[in-house]
Write a protein that binds this ligand. Structure first.
Ligand code: ADP
Ligand code: NI
Length: 202
């Protein structure tokens, strides 16, 4: 297999599929996750090519993003076969992707799955994660902040602050720690700004 050609084709396919995605799962999310997966793979002595490919493809077939998920998964696997991936490689990529999602509560069984999940989780935290949480919230009509109903700030506590403790790899943990600290700082400032004139604004 010509790996450079395969990567180029997969990037084009991902660009076409996700370029207009509005909820924080656009093609740039996929390429950021792929870069981190590749970086972590090198550090962890795993195959950077397979990790990059899996990360590029990790949201293909996600039920919240695709009206026909099975069809999307079928097309994804067909592309891989056409590009020369072996049946075993296609199966391990598919299995890793099945276990990535936080909301489905799955635990990866392979190092490939763990690295893909770590890279995806990094993109949900830190400055980029904050931007994505508010963007996602906007697409489901979730308010930024309300005292008496679920808001985007709740999401920090329900998910984002938990991710640091759920990382699998050492290099993922190190980066997650920095991003976690930044989110703590951000929320402190958010609440300061929210509260500082509250007593005079009613
Ligand atoms: P999952 O792991 O559940 O598949 P994704 O990796 O697709 O999630 O990420 C969805 C993105 O949207 C993440 O950045 C996540 O923090 C954000 N998100 C998900 N649910 C909410 C929510 N209720 N409010 C704000 N942001 C959310
Ligand atoms: Ni993702």
């Amino acid at each position: 297999m010509d790996r450079r050609h395969a990567l180029e084709q997969i990037k084009n396919y991902i660009h076409d599929l996700f370029k207009d995605e509005p909820s924080g799962h656009d093609d740039v999310h996929m390429t950021r996750v792929a870069s981190w997966a590749k970086y972590i793979a090198v550090k962890e002595d795993e195959d950077p090519f397979l990790c990059e490919v899996t990360a590029l493809l990790h949201d293909v077939g996600d039920r919240k993003l695709f009206s026909e998920p099975e069809q999307a998964v079928h097309e994804r696997d067909k592309l891989l076969v056409d590009l020369g991936f072996t049946e075993e490689e296609v199966d391990s990529i598919a299995e890793a992707i099945r276990t990535v999602s936080f909301s489905k509560g799955m635990v990866p069984k392979s190092r490939l799955g763990e690295i893909t999940q770590d890279a995806d989780r990094l993109d949900a935290i830190g400055a980029i994660g904050i931007a994505r949480a508010f963007t996602y919230g906007g697409t489901i009509n979730q308010p930024i902040y309300k005292k008496d109903r679920k808001d985007a700030i709740d999401h920090f506590h329900e998910k984002l602050f938990k991710l640091k403790g759920l990382m699998h790899t050492e290099s993922g943990k190190q980066e997650a720690e920095k991003r976690h600290q930044f989110m703590l700082q951000y929320l402190e400032e958010f609440h300061r700004e929210q509260a500082c004139r509250e007593e005079t604004s009613h």
